[in-house]
Design a protein around this ligand. Structure first.
Ligand code: PRP
Ligand code: URA
Length: 214
């Protein structure tokens, strides 16, 4: 999406499209929905980690020869938007052992689709960290914008936030970019748009319900 240089879309490989075809299918039951969503989440986390800065780092291998490699610079943490965003925590933990995780409870009002903030708990040194913001769905953008604003209010720099997202609408990406042009969005796909209930279409329905309840 050249209009939105902040947005990185995962390569639409045969594998990725097949994973999405499973989780989008209305007949997919919860066990498979969770399993295949988790596989996509893992890919998003790996791409998020690719975006972090590194510095040169040379090691000596067991052959006695030096290898000129690199290592991560800086500290990270995850912040999940409860409830659906919590589904992405495990994928992050699998890649980053003992990673700190903050939480924000934001819920979309079912009538108006407007977000409401209920609860915030962050690692106390969050302002010094890169933050991987976790929420699978970017629909109107209201929830993600509210969460990003809370991070900024807690001292996190815009350029140190990476928003990991399974599925986005063009409307959500535009709204988010207009507010926070320096925050990178890493998404697995951008759909056609929103329906009258401000759900993503074709989409996959209510992610939180399908992952946790149905
Ligand atoms: C969903 C989703 C996002 C939000 C996206 O959460 O996980 O947080 O909606 O919509 P928006 O871009 O229009 O704000 P929801 O509030 O339904 O709660 P849930 O996590 O409990 O499912
Ligand atoms: N929340 C979801 O879970 N799905 C959508 O399509 C929009 C918001």
């Amino acid at each position: 999406m050249s209009e939105y240089p902040n947005t990185i879309i995962l390569p639409q490989t045969n594998q990725l499209v097949s994973l999405y075809s499973i989780i989008r299918d209305v007949n997919t039951r919860r066990g498979d929905f969770v399993f295949y969503s988790d596989r996509i989440i893992r890919l998003l986390v790996e791409e998020g980690l690719n975006q972090l800065p590194v510095e040169p780092h040379t090691v000596k291998t067991s052959t006695g020869i030096s290898y000129e490699g690199s290592r991560f610079v800086g500290k990270i943490c995850g912040v999940s938007i409860i409830r659906a965003g919590e589904s992405m925590e495990q994928g992050l933990r699998e890649c980053c052992r003992s990673v700190r995780i903050g939480k924000i409870l934001i819920q979309r009002d079912e009538e108006t689709a407007l977000p409401k903030l209920f609860y915030v708990k962050f690692p106390e040194d969050i302002a010094e960290r890169y933050v991987l913001l976790l929420d699978p769905m970017l629909a109107t953008g209201g929830s993600a914008i509210m969460a990003a604003q809370v991070l900024l209010d807690n001292g996190v720099k815009e350029e140190k936030i990476l928003f990991l997202n399974l599925l986005a609408s063009p409307e959500g990406i535009k709204a988010f970019y207009e507010k926070f042009p320096k925050i990178k969005i890493i998404t697995g796909g951008v759909d056609q748009g929103l329906d009258a209930n401000r759900y993503i279409v074709p989409g996959l329905g209510d992610f939180g319900d399908r992952y946790y309840c149905i």
